[in-house]
Each structure stands twice: as C-alpha cells, then as structure tokens.
Design a protein around this ligand. Structure first.
Ligand code: FAD
Length: 545
C-alpha cells in the first residue's frame, strides 16, 4: 500500500520507517529506489507524529519542540479543522505554571492571549450538606514547618468558636473569598510564601497560543483528516497515517491526541478502556458562556446539584458555566434547564452538549503509539485535572523517550506512572461524592452507599482515626488537598496527633489566633484581583465588570 501512495509524492522519503531494506516506487515517469538508512533499521526514534491539534496535541508539540534538540527529533502535528477541538477545559492546577515556564512561555503574554484570570482554588458548594461551602486551596493551612501538621493543632481547639474554621488559616482561601490576589513570594518566613496559583483561561485560545510557540521552535503543522493507518506487518507498529487528500505522513513514534475517539490507540490498536463509571457515574456535560457580574473572583466554583454539579469559571471577558451530570439519574432537558436557570446573566452562546466515560485507556503507551489527552482517558472535570494529566504524560514522555522502539522498559515505566496518576486522581474525586450526608436524591444515595476502591477506603480510615493523611511521593494532590476535602466533606478525625499536647493550650490558642489575624491582614493588603489583572495582563477582550 505504501509504495502505491508514494507514487503521488516526491518528498519525505528519507523519513520513512519500514521493515524492508529498500523498495522501488514510481515517481512520475521514473522508478525510484528508496533505501533506509541504518538508523531507521535500528528502529530509532527521530520523527514524532502528533495526531490532533487540541490542547493535548499542541502541549505535546510545544514540549517536544522546546525540550528536545531539533536535530535529533522532529515533530509533525496533523489536525483537521473540519473536526475541531472539544473547546472546554478552562480551569487548571498550579502545575501548568511549571509546564509553561519549562517550555519558555511568558506568563503575562499567555494570560493576555487566553483572557486568563488567576485561580487560588476551587469552591465546593452543597457537597456534604446543602448550605455547606468550602474551598480546596492551592496552598497550605497554617504556618509551614514543624514535625506535626498544623491541622492537628487546629483540631485540638476546633470546638472554640473564636478559633473558627480551618479555612481561616489558609491565605489563598481568605484572599479568594475577598476577591484579592498577589504573587506568592519565595521567602519562607512570609505568609505570602504559603500558596501557589493556577489559571482560568479560554480553552479555545491555549492551543493556538501553543501552536505559535511550537512552530517557532520547528514543529511542523499539517492540515488534514486522517483516513487510514498503515502498520508494519511484523511488529504491528504504526508506520504512517494517510490523509483524506492522499498524503502519507510517516513516523517513528505516534502520539494520539485525537480526543475521545482515540483514533490510533483505540480505533487502530484496540488497546481497550477501563471504565470507572461505577465509582464516578457522571457521564454528560452541558456548557454555556455568559457575561460576568459582580467582582472578578480568583477561584472556580463547583456547586452540587441533584445528579451532579455545576461549574462557574470566571475569565477576563466572560464566565464559563457547565453542568456535569449522570444520564442515568437526570434527563438532558432537566440538566439544561438547571444550568440555564442558574446563569447570572443571559447566555452568550448556544449550549454545547458533551458525553464522556470516566476511565482510562488500558495502556497509555501501546506499540509505538502514546495516547495523550482525552484519547488516553478522562476523569470528570471536578478538580480540573485533565490538563495536568496531559502535562504529566508529555513530560514523562520527554524524560523517558527511548533511542529506539525496542523499549519495553521505558514503555512499562511510562504506563506505570500514568496508571498511578489516574488512580490517585480517581480516588480523590470519588471522595467528594462518597463522603456526603446528602439523602435528597437517588444519585446522592447511590454515591454515598456505593462500594469504593480499597485504596480510598484505607485512606479515609487512616484520616478518620487520627487525622493522618496518607502520603505518596509521586502523583497529584498532596496533604493540604486531601485535608481540605476531608474536612470540607465533614470527614472529621476522631482524635489528633498526641504530640500536640506537648504545647501548653493557652500558648497554642494565642499562636493560632495570631496566625489567623496575620492571614486576614495580609489578605486585606493584597490588590483586588481585577486591578491586578488590569495592570499585569489585561486582554484585548472587555472585562466583565
Ligand atoms: P480535542 O480537543 O478533542 O482535540 C482532538 C483533536 O484531534 C482535534 O484537533 C481534532 O481536529 C483532531 N482529530 C480528531 N480526529 C482526527 C482525524 N481523523 N484527523 C485529523 N485530526 C483529527 N480539563 C481541564 O484541565 N480543566 C477543566 O476545567 C476541564 N473541563 C472539562 C469539562 C468537560 C465537560 C470536558 C468533557 C472536558 C474538560 N476538560 C478539562 C478536559 C479538556 O477539555 C481536555 O483534556 C483538553 O481540551 C484536551 O483535549 P484533547 O486535545 O485531548 O482533545
């Protein structure tokens, strides 16, 4: 098949990987002999082909072109504008800053281009009980340091009304509720060093922004729809993809960023999918945009509804809204009505309806194909983890990129890391649903009583006993995140670490109140989020207020 396609072409021959030493193809009037160089015969990885130009595709292309020498690895990205991108995914986690810095993105320029705002955390409303609200902040509770975590001290005195909720001891939470923002500092003695931040941005603008970045660093973009895939008979490796116009794109390693369908990883390689719908039953979403009203908030809100939850993500020029729900427990019409009834202003767009299956591909890297983004799996958007998972996959691919395709060790390590990340995020998400007291709908009754994975059940048990948070070195969501969600979901420890009793109670109380006051004063001294945005990275789009 390849030689006949090649008859229409007169270039790119040197890039092919092929099991045969050489073959002859007809180019115009001439027969041309193609010979593979020794490196290609060694299965070397020089040409990476990325299929898909959404956030995953351009993050991959930007990372490879920025982080690897162009003379050894080239990147070609194929995308079909006629298919388009999913266009949602506006809330992120602080790790994205590291990604942008590593590939050399200027923060203010990126924020202007994507109409981004700062994000200090996620507010959860009505989760454990109707009327409850808490923020999962991007930062620590209380002062850093000490052998015993701060929440144990707080737990000892939590019954004292003056001590107040643990959120009073987190600067990102207090600042978020006051719509304020300041850049964190590196001086560990300052309370301004106790938090990080992420962004809320226009999901349709990040990929084009990264595209400019990647193309400047040598990535090549090809417009076209992939219609077929050709594989080596012996190894089963993908050797090229064919576009609708007949063009053939050969490659050594293929990165599937084609979205939910998984064009290469599933439709071609039939890798298989592990669904976690039994634990995370939400499988549909409706998205819509509206104009923002009120102060520009530096946080995302997730409000629980009777069969899922609604998001509110404030950007510079508008607010992104969505309703994530389970199709088994709520009809599409009802979900749409709830979303529209709760908008703060008239919708700016038609509603966008999406379906998904929470879970992951059985192998993220199969054969010579690596699935990154929605093609590799999707955990519903409650904690804004999808872009983080893309970042983890891309950076691990760059780190583990082998010289040749004889790379079982690298492939297995990559799959182990990705599986681990997905499982940890899965457990964290389940906690939000399972640790609830809500009994007001079939949905909440199901998630409250469903069996949960042992890995999560053990973590909850450990925390309930004495407030200990299970620790791991690799993976997302460390102690402050678990703590925020345990306490916010009303999972309260029965006891605290007994070393706390070594400190005199009066002294402890004084220190806690001092900490709380310092946090409050510092939050008041910060600029308003809107003013900060206006002076730092105001986009050409109009502000919502
Ligand atoms: P897509 O955007 O679908 O891109 C697929 C690409 O493949 C497109 O360029 C398309 O043209 C191309 N393609 C497909 N078939 C072909 C073909 N035959 N030939 C050529 N090209 C082809 N993530 C977050 O981090 N935060 C959030 O707040 C968040 N919210 C979300 C809310 C919802 C409801 C959903 C469903 C997802 C959300 N996500 C979020 C996830 C986020 O949207 C995605 O992870 C991210 O956009 C990456 O998508 P992608 O690039 O994998 O796929």
């Amino acid at each position: 098949m390849l030689p006949s396609r090649l008859q229409q072409r007169d270039n790119d021959a040197a890039c092919f990987s092929c099991p045969a030493l050489s073959f002859t193809a007809r180019l115009g009037e001439n027969n041309v002999k193609f010979t593979w160089n020794q490196k290609k015969l060694n299965n070397s990885i020089h040409k990476i082909v990325v299929v898909g130009g959404g956030t995953a595709g351009w993050m991959t292309a930007a990372a490879i072109s920025s982080m690897l020498p162009q003379e050894s690895v080239s990147v070609t990205l194929v995308e079909a504008e006629s298919i388009g991108i999913i266009g949602v995914g506006e809330a992120t986690l602080p790790h994205i800053r590291h990604f942008n810095q590593t590939i050399g993105v200027d923060e203010a320029e990126f924020m202007r281009a994507t109409s981004a705002t700062f994000k200090l955390g996620i507010e959860f409303v009505n989760w454990a009980r109707k009327g409850d609200a808490y923020i999962h902040p991007f930062g620590a509770f209380g002062p850093a340091g000490g052998d015993v975590a701060f929440h144990h001290y707080w737990r000892k005195l939590a019954h004292d009304p003056e001590i107040g909720p643990i959120g009073d001891y987190s600067l990102p939470i207090v600042a978020a509720y006051r719509a304020r923002f300041a850049m964190p500092v590196e001086d560990f003695a300052s309370v301004l060093s106790t938090y990080g931040y992420a962004y809320q941005f226009d999901a349709t603008q990040y990929a084009p922004f990264l595209r400019r970045h990647a193309e400047q660093r040598g990535a090549k973009r090809v417009e076209g729809k992939v219609t077929s895939v050709s594989r080596q008979a012996e190894s089963g490796n993908i050797q090229s993809i064919t576009l609708e116009n007949g063009d053939i794109i050969p490659g050594d390693l293929f990165v599937d960023c084609s979205g939910f369908r998984g064009l290469l990883i599933e439709e071609e390689l039939e890798t298989g999918y592990e669904s976690w719908k039994e634990f995370l039953p939400c499988d549909r979403a409706i998205a819509v945009q509206c104009k923002g009203t009120g102060p520009l908030l530096p946080y995302t809100t997730a409000t629980a509804e009777s069969a899922g939850w609604r998001w509110r993500i404030p950007l510079q020029h508008r607010v992104g809204n969505g309703h994530v729900y389970s199709g088994e427990f709520m009809s599409d019409d009802q979900a749409e009505r709830i979303l529209l009834e709760n908008l703060e202003s008239e919708p700016l767009t038609d509603t966008l309806k999406l379906r998904f299956n929470t879970g992951k591909r059985r192998k993220a890297w199969n054969s010579n194909c690596v699935a990154i983004g929605l093609s590799g799996g999707f955990l519903e958007p409650l904690e804004s983890t999808a872009i983080y998972l893309i970042q983890t996959a891309v950076t691990n691919l760059v780190e583990l990129l082998p010289e040749t395709l004889d790379c079982d060790a690298e492939r297995n390590e990559f799959n182990r890391i990705i599986d681990n990340e997905f499982i940890r995020v899965r457990d964290f998400l389940i906690l939000h649903y399972h640790a609830t007291e809500r009994t007001d709908s079939d949905f909440w009754n199901y998630v409250r009583t469903m069996p949960i994975p042992d890995s999560l059940a053990e973590k909850i048990e450990l925390f309930k006993a004495r407030g200990r948070v299970s620790k791991y070195r690799q993976g997302l969501f460390l102690e402050p995140s678990w703590l925020a969600v345990y306490l916010g979901q009303r999972v309260l420890p029965d006891a605290y670490d007994q070393r706390v009793d070594l400190a005199p109670t009066d002294e402890l109380r004084r220190l806690l109140l001092e900490t709380k006051n310092e946090i409050s004063r510092t939050a008041d001294s910060m600029e308003s989020h809107l003013d900060f945005i206006n002076s730092y990275c105001r986009s050409a789009e109009k502000n919502p207020v």
